[in-house]
Design a protein around this ligand. Structure first.
Ligand code: HEC
Ligand code: HEC
Ligand code: HEC
Ligand code: HEC
Ligand code: HEC
Ligand code: HEC
Ligand code: HEC
Ligand code: HEC
Length: 374
C-alpha cells in the first residue's frame, strides 16, 4: 500500500514521536490482528477523504495538545479550511476538492520549511496543478484550468522558481493556504498591496479605485492580470491596440491626455539616461575618470523607477516631478561625459606636442652624437 518505515521515518509526525496508531488507531502492542485492529481498540483503518480534515484537525485544532510540541504553531487550519471553496464543497459532499493530504501529502509529510515538502514555496504550484491544470479531473466544474500555465509565464514564477526569491508569491500566497483569502486582506485581488506597497498607496487615493470598487473590478488585476503578470514596459501607456489605458479611455479624453503626457516624460528620461550612459562608457573606454558621474547615474535611474511607480497616481504632474529630477541628473552626467571627452582631446593634443618635442630632442641628440663620433 506504499507505506514503508523508510518513508514514514521522514514524516514530521514520526520525527515528533507519533506512530501509525496516532492517526489510524488500534492497539500496536497486540500480536492478535483481530484485537489490534478492532474498533474497541479505536481502530479506524482506512480513512476516507471526507474524514481527513477532521482527523488532522483532531490534533491541529487542539491548542492544549499542540502547545506541548510547538507553542508557536497556529491551530486555525481546520477552521480556516472550512471557509475556503475546498472546505465548503467538501462539507457539501464533493470529495474531489483538495483536502489536507492533497497539499501536504501523507506518511512522508514534512514541515513547510523543508525543501522536500509539497508545500515548500517552490513546490506548491505543482501541488495545485495536479488538479487545477488537469482538464479531465476538472471537467465537472466551470472554473478555467489555465492558472498554472499562465502563472508559469509570470514575473512572480520567474522570481520565485527561477531566481529563488522566496518573497515572490505562489498560488497560496495570493489565495491563502487554508482560508478563502490570505490573512490581512478581505479578498484575493487586494493581496497585491501586501508586497507592492508604494503602488497600492498611490492607487488607493485615485478616482480609479473608487470607480473600480463600485463596479466590482479587481483593482490592480484590471491592468496587470492575476496569473500571467508580466514585466510592464512603457508601451503599456501607448495608444496602440492592447495597451492599458485605451481599453477604457477614448482619444482626447482626460485619461488619454494623462497617458500621453506620462509616456512622453518617461520616454524622455529613459532616453536621456541611455545617452548619458553611452557617453560615459565611451569616456571610460578612453581611460577617463568618470566614476562620480557613473554613480550619479544610479540616482537618475532611481528617479525613473519612482516615475514609473508614480503612474499609479494617474496624475501627470506627479510623474513629471520625478522625470524632471531625473533629467537634471542625467543631463549633468551627460555633460560630465562630454567634458571628459573634451579633456581627453586636450590631453591628446598635449601628448602629440610633447611627443613631437621629445622626437626633436632625440633626433638632435642623435645628430650631435654622430657629429662627435665623426
Ligand atoms: C498523520 C496521520 C497519519 C499517520 C501518522 C499515518 N497515517 Fe496512514 N493514512 C493517513 C491518512 C489521512 C490516510 C488516507 C490517505 C488518503 O486517502 O489520501 C492514510 C492511509 C493509509 C493507508 C492506505 C489505506 C487505504 O485503504 O488506502 C495505509 C495502509 C496506511 N495509511 C498505513 C499507515 C502506517 C503503516 C502508518 C505508520 C507507519 C501510518 N499509516 C501512519 C494518516 C496517517
Ligand atoms: C495525533 C495528532 C496529530 C494528527 C492526527 C495530525 N498531526 Fe500534524 N502534527 C502533529 C504534531 C504533534 C506535529 C509536530 C508539531 C511541531 O513540533 O512542529 C505535527 C506537525 C505537522 C505539520 C508541520 C508543522 C510545522 O510547521 O512544524 C504539518 C504540516 C502537519 N502536522 C499536518 C498534518 C496533517 C495534514 C494531518 C492529517 C493528515 C495531521 N497533521 C495529523 C500532530 C498531529
Ligand atoms: C490547498 C492546500 C492546503 C490544504 C488543503 C491544507 N493546507 Fe496546510 N498548508 C498549506 C501551505 C501552502 C502551508 C504552508 C504555509 C507557509 O509556508 O506559511 C500549510 C501549512 C500548514 C501547517 C503549518 C502551520 C501553518 O499554519 O502555517 C499546518 C499545521 C497545516 N498546514 C495543517 C493543515 C491541515 C490540518 C489541513 C486540513 C484541515 C491543511 N493544512 C490543509 C496548504 C494547504
Ligand atoms: C485534489 C484536487 C485539488 C487540489 C490539489 C487543489 N484544488 Fe483547488 N479546487 C479543486 C476543486 C475540485 C475545486 C472546485 C471548483 C469550483 O470551484 O467549481 C477547487 C476550487 C478552488 C478555488 C476556487 C475557484 C472558484 O473560483 O470557484 C481556488 C481559488 C482553488 N481551488 C485554489 C487552489 C490552490 C491555490 C491549490 C493549491 C495550493 C488548490 N486549489 C489545490 C480541486 C483541487
Ligand atoms: C499574484 C496573485 C495570484 C497568484 C500567484 C495566483 N493567483 Fe489565482 N487568482 C488571483 C486573483 C486575483 C484571482 C481572481 C480573483 C478572484 O476571483 O478571487 C484568481 C483566480 C483564481 C481561480 C479562479 C478561476 C480563475 O481562473 O479566475 C483559481 C482556480 C486560481 N486563481 C488558482 C490559482 C492557482 C492554482 C495558482 C498557482 C498556479 C494561482 N491561482 C496563483 C491571484 C493569484
Ligand atoms: C508576496 C509578495 C507579492 C505579492 C502578493 C504580489 N507580488 Fe508582484 N512581485 C513580487 C516580487 C518579489 C516581484 C519580483 C521582483 C520585482 O521585480 O519587484 C514582483 C513583481 C511584480 C511585477 C513586475 C515588476 C517589474 O518591475 O517588472 C508586477 C507588475 C507585479 N509584481 C504585480 C503584482 C500584482 C498585480 C499582484 C496582485 C495580483 C502582485 N504583484 C502580488 C511580490 C509580490
Ligand atoms: C489603470 C491601470 C493600472 C492599475 C489599476 C495599476 N497599474 Fe500598475 N502599472 C500600470 C502601468 C501602465 C504600468 C507601466 C509602467 C511603465 O513601465 O511605464 C504599471 C507598472 C507597475 C509595476 C512595475 C513598475 C513599477 O515599478 O511601478 C508594478 C509593480 C505595478 N504596476 C503594480 C501595481 C499594483 C500593486 C497595483 C494595484 C495597487 C497596480 N499596479 C495598479 C497600470 C496600472
Ligand atoms: C477599466 C477601465 C479603465 C482603465 C483601464 C483606465 N481607466 Fe482611467 N478612468 C476610468 C474611469 C471609469 C474613470 C472615472 C471617470 C470619472 O471620474 O467620471 C477614469 C478616470 C481617469 C482619470 C481622471 C482621474 C481624476 O482624478 O479625475 C485619469 C487621469 C485617468 N483615468 C487616467 C488613466 C490612465 C493613465 C490609464 C492607463 C494607465 C487609465 N486611466 C486606465 C477607467 C479606466
Amino acid at each position: 500500500m506504499g507505506v514503508t518505515q523508510e518513508t514514514f521515518s521522514h514524516d514530521i509526525h514520526a520525527q515528533k514521536g507519533l506512530t501509525c496508531v496516532s492517526c489510524h488507531g488500534g492497539d500496536a502492542s497486540s500480536d492478535d490482528l483481530a484485537k489490534a485492529m478492532s474498533p474497541a481498540a479505536g481502530w479506524k483503518g482506512a480513512i476516507s477523504r471526507r474524514q481527513i480534515p477532521q482527523l488532522c484537525g483532531s490534533c491541529h485544532s487542539n491548542p492544549a495538545y499542540m502547545r506541548k510540541f510547538n507553542p508557536s504553531l497556529r491551530t486555525d487550519q481546520l477552521a480556516e479550511y472550512h471557509t475556503s471553496v475546498h472546505g465548503k464543497r467538501l462539507a457539501a459532499g464533493d470529495t474531489d476538492v483538495a483536502v489536507c493530504t492533497d497539499c501536504h501529502g501523507v506518511h512522508d509529510l514534512r514541515a513547510p520549511n523543508d525543501p522536500q515538502s509539497k508545500v515548500y514555496p517552490v513546490n506548491i504550484a505543482n501541488a495545485c496543478a495536479r488538479c487545477h491544470a488537469d482538464a479531465n479531473y476538472m471537467r465537472k466544474y466551470s472554473v478555467p484550468i489555465d492558472q498554472f500555465a499562465k502563472y508559469n509565464t509570470s514575473v512572480h514564477h520567474e522570481a520565485l522558481v527561477v531566481q529563488g526569491d522566496l518573497s515572490a508569491p505562489t498560488c497560496t500566497t495570493c489565495h491563502g493556504n487554508h482560508g478563502a483569502a490570505p490573512p490581512g486582506v478581505d479578498s484575493v485581488p487586494n493581496v497585491c498591496s501586501n508586497c507592492h506597497v508604494f503602488q497600492a498607496q498611490m492607487y488607493d487615493k485615485t478616482a480609479h479605485k473608487a470607480v473600480f470598487d463600485a463596479a466590482s473590478l479587481p483593482g490592480c488585476v484590471v491592468c496587470h492580470e492575476n496569473h500571467a503578470i508580466v514585466h510592464p514596459t512603457d508601451a503599456k501607456l501607448s495608444n496602440q491596440p492592447g495597451a492599458t489605458c485605451m481599453q477604457c479611455h477614448t482619444a482626447g479624453d482626460v485619461g488619454d491626455q494623462a497617458r500621453a503626457e506620462m509616456l512622453t516624460g518617461l520616454t524622455q528620461l529613459d532616453g536621456a539616461i541611455k545617452e548619458a550612459d553611452q557617453k560615459l562608457a565611451v569616456a571610460e573606454a578612453a581611460g577617463m575618470e568618470v566614476s562620480d558621474a557613473r554613480l550619479a547615474q544610479n540616482d537618475a535611474k532611481d528617479s525613473l523607477t519612482k516615475a514609473r511607480v508614480a503612474i499609479h497616481s494617474f496624475k501627470p504632474e506627479v510623474v513629471r516631478l520625478y522625470v524632471q529630477a531625473g533629467l537634471k541628473i542625467a543631463d549633468k552626467d551627460l555633460q560630465a561625459g562630454q567634458n571628459a571627452m573634451i579633456e581627453r582631446n586636450h590631453r591628446r593634443i598635449g601628448l602629440g606636442v610633447s611627443l613631437f618635442a621629445i622626437t626633436l630632442v632625440l633626433a638632435g641628440l642623435w645628430m650631435y652624437i654622430k657629429k662627435i663620433e665623426h
